[in-house]
Ligand binder design. Structure first.
Ligand SMILES: Cc1cc2nc3c(=O)[nH]c(=O)nc-3n(C[C@H](O)[C@H](O)[C@H](O)COP(=O)(O)O)c2cc1C
Length: 333
């Protein structure tokens, strides 16, 4: 069975990738994921706040040195792993690069271009195979239009693209007025791939304490549908690799995402729930299903049900929406 796939120009043994999560934060976890069979590993995002915190520490060291030695401001203290999270994360990339054969994808969380360019260079120098730019930010400023938010994101992508030649994927959320148009604009700005869709943190309210409640719910398979729709609508119509994220719990979701047109499927929740060994369950389940249906390669099923290969896109779109609502007979009792 030929499970190989190509994502961002990287040749992968199969389409099951470990998505960004705490499992890939440290070298031990990364090695565990590789040993368990992950085709590629995305590291947790490095957040702007971490870079700003490190900049503050560096500045404080420079200022402290300048105070005792007037010429000290002309040299920069070397960053070391104790200086903050950022250098430690770069060191993890370096060590993972040396220790692992599978591609290591570094993730940056940025919503504005500033700051990312030099860091993109650092990530490249550390040996990352690709960059995933995680456009995660709740646009809580009521004065900022969707157009302004998207413009900033596009500027960020263009700045990172101009800074490094590494393959660049952009991970985005589903709440956009016109996801297809924005996807095309991201590719125009230099993205080689899109990761659809991130699952944004949504707080709850605790009625006992009457306070906001922060807890993390892992995903469930029913949540694949939004990404399934958009991967199907975009596959074959953009010059970009598509990665599916959200809701992969079993081989069933892997297969559906590939049929829609994804080059790879990424999973975080299922690995947090069942452990890294679950990667083999997903990969082998895909292989068994393909054998049972007489498919010999992943390329034979990828995009089989993408919109551009369906005779009609009606089942994907609103055409039958009213019919479905009117015909709804309730949950089976
Ligand atoms: C505990 C946890 C930490 C995560 N950290 C990151 C992160 O640092 N960067 C990122 O882009 N996504 C992060 N994600 C999102 C996942 O990579 C993934 O895109 C999302 O959970 C949907 O996939 P899933 O249904 O397989 O969980 C995180 C998810 C979880 C559950």
């Amino acid at each position: 069975m030929d499970l190989r796939t190509t994502y961002l120009g990287l040749e992968l043994a199969h389409p099951v990738v470990a998505s960004a999560s705490p499992l890939s934060r440290e070298l031990d976890g990364i090695r565990r994921l590789e040993d368990a069979g992950a085709a590629a590993i995305v590291l947790p995002s490095i957040y702007e706040e971490e870079i700003e915190a490190e900049d503050a520490i560096t500045l404080a060291l420079v200022e402290e040195g300048s105070w005792t030695q007037p010429e000290a401001g002309s040299y920069f203290p070397a960053r070391d792993t104790d200086a903050g999270g950022l250098e430690a994360r770069l060191e993890t990339i370096r060590r993972a690069r040396d220790a692992c054969a599978v591609p290591i994808i570094a993730s940056l969380n940025g919503s504005a271009p500033e700051g990312w360019v030099s860091f993109a260079h650092d990530v490249e120098a550390a040996g990352a195979s690709a960059i995933e730019l995680n456009l995660y930010r709740v646009p809580a400023n009521l004065d900022e239009s969707g157009e302004a938010v998207e413009r900033r994101w596009l500027e960020t992508v263009a700045a990172v693209r101009a800074a490094v030649p590494l393959p660049l994927a952009v991970k985005l959320g589903p709440w956009l007025s016109s996801p297809g148009h924005f996807a095309g604009a991201l590719v125009g700005a230099g993205a080689n791939g899109l990761v659809l869709f991130n699952r944004f943190y949504q707080p709850d309210i605790d009625l006992a304490t009457l306070a906001p409640k922060s807890d993390l719910q892992l995903s469930a398979p029913y949540e694949i549908r939004q990404a399934l729709l958009w991967i199907s609508l975009l596959a074959g119509r953009l010059d970009a690799s598509l990665a599916a994220t959200t809701g992969v719990e079993s081989a069933t979701e892997v297969i559906k995402y590939l049929l829609a047109g994804a080059a790879v499927t990424m999973t975080a929740s299922s690995l947090l729930r069942h452990g890294p060994g679950h990667i083999a369950t997903l990969r082998d389940g895909l292989s068994e299903w393909m054998a049972g249906r007489g498919f010999e390669s992943v390329s034979a099923i990828r995009g089989l049900l993408s919109a551009d290969r369906l005779e009609t896109t009606e089942p994907l779109l609103r055409a039958q929406y009213a019919e479905i609502l009117l015909g709804y007979a309730g949950e089976p009792r």
